[in-house]
Design a binder for this molecule. Structure first.
Ligand code: SAH
Length: 216
């Protein structure tokens, strides 16, 4: 069997660098995280293909290129507090944590939040996973240098921009007229002052309302 490190290396070269993601810290993170361990056992062999894959509950782990592209746009620095909306498998959180970010991630489906949290702590990534609806701020406190949304948002929720620290960056897929989504990068220059830019077209599972599963 080919060792996973070689498959990760091949994924980085053929799917990611070849498509123009050149940030060395992102490429290194994509090489170092064992993507296969964020998938159900029967899909682990397929972990490195150029595609999103099912993780249960009708949700998906994003395509490797998309994870890399969003991470490059987000450009987290060591020690940054990063908020993720849409934990899913926990893979994107692991990529960010491996770059030295302090990640808090929100997931609305209880079973996914629990599984992701288990996988992340088993692998030694220090990530706080919250079972909560990321459309609402809830009891979340403090500011974040980076915010990343990994489900298709009809529009940017106001509170995502509010919790960004000045100098912060927000990356999210936002629905556009064609029925797909497009990545938006929002840079916060000062309180209330934003510079937005549009990037790749993409397809994500929808950002839904309310949390589900669990006992309460
Ligand atoms: N980042 C993930 C992939 C995300 S799939 C990974 O690396 O595997 C999108 C996830 O967003 C799904 O798990 C879905 O349940 C979750 N989601 C959708 N709407 C949400 C909301 N309002 N709040 C929190 N999570 C949400």
């Amino acid at each position: 069997m080919i060792p996973w490190e070689s498959r990760a290396e091949e994924m980085v070269e053929k799917q990611i660098r070849a498509r123009g993601v050149l940030s060395e810290s992102v490429l290194e993170a994509m090489r170092s995280v064992p993507r296969h361990l964020f998938l159900p056992e029967r899909l682990r062999e397929s972990a490195w293909i150029d595609s999103p894959l099912p993780i249960g509950e009708e949700q998906t782990i994003s395509q490797p290129y998309m994870v890399a592209k969003m991470t490059e746009l987000l450009a987290p620095e060591k020690g940054d507090s990063v908020l993720e909306i849409g934990t899913g498998s926990g893979y994107q959180s692991a990529v960010l944590a491996s770059m030295g970010a302090k990640v808090t991630s929100m997931e609305r489906i209880a079973s996914l939040a629990e599984k992701a949290s288990e996988t992340l702590s088993f692998l030694g990534y220090d990530v706080v996973v919250l079972w909560s609806d990321g459309r609402e701020k809830g009891e979340l406190a403090g500011k974040f240098q980076r915010v990343i949304v990994t489900a298709a948002a009809p529009e940017l929720e106001e509170w995502w921009s509010d919790v960004l620290a000045p100098g912060g960056r927000l990356v999210s897929p936002v629905s556009v007229l064609s029925g797909s989504e497009r990545l938006i990068l929002r840079e916060k220059r000062a309180p209330g002052v934003f510079v937005d830019s549009w990037h790749d077209y993409c397809r994500f599972v929808p950002l839904l309302q309310g949390r589900t599963g669990g006992i309460c």
